[in-house]
Ligand binder design. Sequence first.
Ligand SMILES: *Cc1c(COP(=O)(O)O)cnc(C)c1O
Length: 362
Amino acid sequence: MKYDRIWNFNAGPAAVPLDVLEKVNETWFNYGGAGMAVMEMSHRSKEFDEIHNNAIALLKKLMGLGDDYHVLFLQGGASLQFAMCPMNFLGEGKTADFINTGAWSTKAIKEAKLFGNVNVAFDGNEVDFMRLPKQDELKLSDDAVYLHCTSNNTIKGTQFFDFPKSDAPLVCDMSSDILSHRIDPKPFGMIYAGAQKNLGPSGVTLVILHDDFYQKANHDNTTMLTYKIHIEKNSLYNTPNSFGIYFLGEVLQWIDGLGGVEAVEKINKAKADLLYGFIDDNIDFYRGPVAKDSRSWMNVCMRLPNEDLEALFIKEGREAGFNGLKGHRSVGGIRVSMYNAIPLKAIEDLVVFMKAFMAKNG
Ligand SMILES: *Cc1c(COP(=O)(O)O)cnc(C)c1O
């Protein structure tokens, strides 16, 4: 392949579109006649201001967000939002509902407990996180400030397409599937995502706040952990990850150029249909442990007949030009992370390899 690249199925940081790498490379020494690279610019310069505000505007366009949403580019990853969100929205006597669908939700719950009451409305531990809850299984509280969920469970490979319903606004960790399919933003009070899976480089965290929800925030936290400060300063209270925001903006332009989220969704569905279809047709050799109606389009987990074959699959896969096939260390098996930047061709090539591997070892 071009530049001797391989198919990269890393879970995060993950593949970014080659077109974006090439475009960024063209501006590496001199961005748009500024005489310097983006990372050398002042975050208060005219050039960066335009890059930053264009990224916000394009994100709003792609997600169908109106003027009643605030878009922030912060640091600290999704992991900091696990704490920052309850710090700003909970407090003495306040409750949040949580749906626990995996390791990331579990971490979010742990942090929230430091700032208020947590009601676990569904505990996926009981099903080993192998399926998502149905609406009538949720034990919601009457007075929740918000309902937190994780849209895509990167480690076990489950994903919400129909989001849970609540009278309270939804707060959602979309780190591993943001912009991968269309969503209706209306129920969401807050969406957050580390950029390193579907939006570009690590080190930028996207935070989207609906204004009605934001109006309920408290503002008496330490400065850097107060949404009000970042909203009033348009994410420029301190130095942001300026290069990361630039790169993220280029990824958004790439999505826009493909035809927006609708077009990306079609490609992601085709990838998922192909890979899950192949797994289901060869159930004696490749087995998908996740419940069919909860399967993720982003992280496809599978097991082979034994662990020796799984190790061999990963080794021979690497030699054949497929990287990152090892399942998360807590789960084992095989995981194919196929975020937006992974083209259908990569999955077609992988299925050819899987067929040959099965013929040899089945
Ligand atoms: C990767 C991931 C995280 C962790 O993000 P950081 O940016 O490393 O803090 C959190 N939630 C989900 C769903 C993830 O996939």
